[in-house]
Design a protein around this ligand. Structure first.
Ligand SMILES: [Zn+2]
Length: 129
């Protein structure tokens, strides 16, 4: 069984991990190959050699979905930022799960304490009687 102390330790680790997170950003990286308007271009050949890849990040911010172009040289940094964001989400989800469990245990503990208190006062009344 998980104890409150174990859950507190888990949450403390999550808080420590959060402080070490580097740059982050939400979204999904994708690559595209495009066709241009030039009739004699290699992208119109058979088989076509399309232009690209072009990288873009799609994400939702303030309820609006957006897409941003990413330069090829920035792709490694952006990948790291996306990974850090996923790590943040995992840490937060884990914290929430631990928080739910801890809350339940605390409520149980408080109930046990109250029951014990009632039990002991009833007992002392019996002794007086
Ligand atoms: Zn072309």
């Amino acid at each position: 069984m998980t104890t409150p102390r174990a859950l507190e330790a888990r949450i403390a680790k999550i808080k420590a991990a959060l402080t070490t997170l580097g740059d982050l950003r939400p979204g999904t990286l994708s690559q595209q190959y495009n066709v241009c308007g030039n009739p004699g271009c290699r992208c119109k050949a058979s088989p076509p050699q399309k232009h690209g890849p072009y990288y873009q990040v799609s994400f939702t911010a303030q309820g609006k979905s957006q897409t941003q172009f990413v330069r090829r040289e920035d792709v490694p940094a952006v990948r790291t930022q996306l990974r850090n964001y996923q790590r943040l989400r995992t840490l937060v989800d884990t914290w929430i799960s631990a928080g739910l469990e801890l809350s339940r245990l605390r409520v149980d503990e408080a109930r046990v304490r109250r029951t014990k208190m009632r039990g002991s006062s009833a007992h002392s009344r019996e002794n007086r009687a």
